[in-house]
Design a protein around this ligand. Structure first.
Ligand code: 3PG
Length: 306
């Protein structure tokens, strides 16, 4: 059996070593395709792979067509919007993610971005503090929970909205559960996005939702760029010079944001919420173990396609 790690954005070496150990202990072979620049390289590498570990790498019908021996794809991470699930199902390929394994890393980056923003991007001028501010967590999954945990240390007042998580579950963590996204945005000085990119959420963070945020509002996006309606966010930031947007997923209109909103817009050059050795190890090794469990014992825990 051949397991391929195909990562445009490579794991830390220590994580690759850990994955290799798991795969070789199971008697399988590990192949590595990192930092590929052309899709053709991926199409070539998947030809004889029985299993693939990916991150945000795109697995579409063309890749699945090329991967004639493929049985399983594991997205080492949470969001699997980069995998064509219907095509995978049609090809008889199991798709899994590794929920929770990289969530602390993403949550920590939220605060890295936030401190940077409230201290005016470290330009030497007087900024503000997070203590006592109202933080809204939009979607209370694994990352959202970790954000709440860290926010307590900062002394923030924490609110959350999650259409799929019962209010009692949120409130058990000492977080105030609100009834709607509208209420969350109206209430909170800072909103941190943790919604997945789905047909329902794409473009859902729009002018109407953001316009009622309190003065000096900050939107932090470590989720997906697709959930933002970029044109409307640009309009809103033009209308509201007090509004800041910070993200680790560069918007399509990055050049425009940079030009128009100097001092209140920041994006990392690459998506890097989960880019820590620990997250790479946790998610990478979980992916390797899930592959071994699936290939050896047919274990389908964490399968996300039918
Ligand atoms: C995830 O969905 O797990 C995060 O967005 C991290 O993605 P990455 O592995 O591409 O950094």
């Amino acid at each position: 059996m051949k397991v391929l790690i195909a990562t445009d954005k490579p794991f830390a070496k220590v994580a690759v070593d850990g994955i290799r150990k798991e795969i070789e202990a199971a008697g399988y072979e590990l192949a590595l395709l990192e930092k590929y620049t052309e899709k053709a390289q991926l199409l070539d590498a998947v030809k004889d792979a029985n299993a693939i570990i990916i991150r945000s790498d795109i697995i579409d019908a063309e890749v699945l067509d090329a991967a004639k021996e493929l049985k399983i794809v594991v997205r080492a991470g949470a969001g699997y919007d980069n995998v064509d699930l219907a095509a995978a199902t049609a090809h008889g390929v199991c798709v899994m993610n590794t929920p929770g394994q990289n969530s602390n890393a993403v949550a920590e980056l939220v605060f890295g971005l936030l401190v940077y923003a409230v201290r005016n991007f470290y330009n030497g001028t007087s900024g503000t503090e997070l203590m006592g501010k109202k933080l809204g967590i939009h979607a209370y999954g694994n990352v959202g929970r970790n954000v709440a945990r860290v926010a307590k240390g900062f002394g923030m007042e924490i609110y959350a909205y999650d259409a799929f998580c019962p209010k009692e579950v949120i409130e058990k963590d000492g977080v105030k559960a609100v009834d709607s996204a509208e209420e969350l945005y109206k209430t909170c000085n800072v909103v941190s996005l943790h919604i997945p990119a789905t047909a329902e959420t794409k473009n859902s963070i729009n002018y109407a939702l953001l316009k009622d945020m309190p003065k000096g509002a900050i939107l932090v996006n470590t989720a997906r760029k697709e959930v933002i309606n970029e044109d409307e966010l640009i309009q809103l930031m033009e209308d509201r010079p007090d509004f800041k947007y910070i993200t680790d997923i560069m918007p399509a209109a990055n050049a425009k944001f940079t030009e128009l909103f100097a001092g209140r817009y920041f994006s990392t050059p690459k998506k890097m919420g989960a880019q820590t050795a620990e997250a790479n190890i946790n998610a990478g090794i979980a992916a390797a173990q899930q592959i071994v469990g699936f290939l050896k014992d047919g274990c389908e825990k964490f399968r996300v396609n039918k």
